[in-house]
Design a protein around this ligand. Structure first.
Ligand SMILES: [Zn+2]
Length: 222
């Protein structure tokens, strides 16, 4: 990600030949400006995002494939719209606004990351909703309500949720779920967890949490 912010900051200094031809072909016909730097100034993020659940989409600006999330940009003069990856918004310095003010490249990056985080949270909640319908189980409806308010699960809750999502073949991304290990009780629960259970929650653990699990004597999954 650091590479992108550097690119965003230096994009003004790039010569036209630095831009791939495909970017030129995609944006110039939809813009008033006749150079890429002029065209880029006309485009801003509309605050509209799409989660396609699977990495099936293409960036309409740079043609990058395998995008799961698309961000809509709009040209202020022509009203043309494109669905692009967040990285293109940052790389080409397209405008991102907050309460009518154009954000700095660093703040634009933070805003797009927050929106992606929100889409991941929404995706976890959708999976939990499907699960609580699939299994008429009080613990799973509790997990749903808990996740909606707290935005994390305890290690034990996480194990049950990920296990049942898998058992019911409900589409989900285990790595999007957040687990809380700040409370001593949660640490104790993780320490006492069986290896098979640790493997189930492993994708949802952050790198710091994985280190903690390794220190407790657990093994990473093969
Ligand atoms: Zn792109």
């Amino acid at each position: 990600m650091a590479a992108f912010s550097r690119q965003a900051q230096s994009s003004v200094g790039l010569t036209m030949s630095s831009y791939p031809q495909r970017v030129w072909d995609n944006i110039l016909p939809l813009s008033v400006g006749d150079t890429l730097p002029k065209a880029f100034e006309e485009w801003s993020f509309t605050e509209i995002v799409r989660d396609h659940e699977k990495p099936t989409e293409t960036c309409e600006l740079c043609n990058q494939e395998s995008l799961r999330y698309q961000f809509e940009i709009r040209n202020v003069f022509t009203s043309n719209r494109l669905w692009v990856g967040s990285q293109c918004i940052l790389r080409f310095g397209l405008s991102v606004f907050e309460a009518g003010r154009k954000l700095s490249p660093a703040d634009a990056k933070k805003k797009l990351e927050r929106l992606t985080e929100q889409m991941r949270l929404d995706s976890c909640i959708r999976a939990l909703e499907k699960l609580s319908i699939a299994e008429n189980n009080g613990m799973l409806s509790n997990a749903l309500n808990y996740y909606k308010t707290k935005k994390y699960l305890s290690p034990k809750f996480a194990f049950v949720v990920l296990w049942r999502l898998k058992a019911n073949a409900i589409d989900h991304s285990a790595s999007f779920f957040k687990i809380n290990l700040k409370r001593e009780k949660y640490k104790d629960d993780l320490r006492a967890m069986k290896q098979g259970h640790v493997e189930m929650i492993w994708p949802a653990l952050s790198s710091t949490q994985r280190q903690m699990a390794l220190h407790m004597g657990h093994q990473p999954p093969n």
